[in-house]
Design a protein around this ligand. Structure first.
Ligand SMILES: [Fe+2]
Length: 239
């Protein structure tokens, strides 16, 4: 089988824009670690918190950090870097035109995270409105973390029905408090993407190779390859 490209769809590698990489040196180190783990391209997804940040400021900060990083890694043999965001959901989001600007650059997706919430019918409808109104398919970031939220099953129904997509953190596949939840989703085939969600070299380094190895061992090569191919198809859209 020929080698396929692997995209890490969730990372905080841009320098100084959020609680991720603190400077260019750390950004480069994270890219080197991801490369060692077989990752060929990385989607940088800095946090966007609508209650404390404006879209303009976020986009400008992200653009500056992107330029700095791309110029630093130019001509170096590191994974290609693409740009997106990890957007904290807020009620009514599906009706706000400017949400379009928060999608993943060059693709028809938006990576969404949630603070404590109830996935009731209104929220589920609002999530679908983001897709229906703005053509952005929601990908639920680290979906395994929301197991304790009210009406989690309603969110999973949307994934099951193919209405939205899901991402699980590599760390949760390997170990930790959300591991049980992550493996339940993998067992049920409800995971579309694995992401590192890496923030830092010391406290939150990437564990992509280990996660894929565990998935291959537990659920078979077919599942491991399906997840890798999903990321590869995503990458084709970004190129
Ligand atoms: Fe994240």
């Amino acid at each position: 089988m020929c080698k396929i490209d692997i995209l890490d769809i969730h990372s905080h590698i841009l320098p100084g824009v959020d609680d991720g990489a603190k400077d260019l040196e750390e950004s480069v180190k994270l890219l080197e670690m991801l490369k060692e783990q077989g990752v060929t391209a990385v989607l940088a997804t800095p946090h966007f918190y609508g209650m404390q940040d404006s879209i303009e400021d976020f986009l400008e900060r992200r653009e500056n950090a992107k330029k700095a990083l791309l110029s630093e890694i130019k001509d170096r043999d590191l994974p290609a870097v693409y740009i997106g965001g990890e957007i904290l959901y807020f009620p009514g989001m599906g009706g706000i035109e400017r949400v379009k600007e928060l999608g993943i650059t060059g693709a028809k997706y938006i990576l969404l995270e949630f603070s404590v919430i109830d996935f009731n019918d209104n929220v589920c409808r609002d999530i679908l409105n983001i897709r229906d109104n703005f053509g952005l398919i929601p990908i639920i970031a680290h979906i395994e973390r929301y197991k304790q939220f009210k009406n989690y099953k309603k969110l999973l129904h949307l994934v099951e029905a193919g209405e939205i997509l899901s991402q699980v953190n590599a760390d949760s596949v390997v170990e930790g408090v959300f591991s049980k939840s992550a493996h339940k989703l993998l067992k049920k085939n409800l995971v579309h993407f694995i992401g590192s969600d890496t923030h830092s070299v010391k406290t939150r380094p990437p564990h992509m190779a280990e996660a894929y190895r565990i998935i291959g061992e537990k659920y078979g090569k077919e599942t491991e390859n399906r997840l890798k191919e999903n990321s590869s198809r995503f990458l084709e859209e970004l190129k």
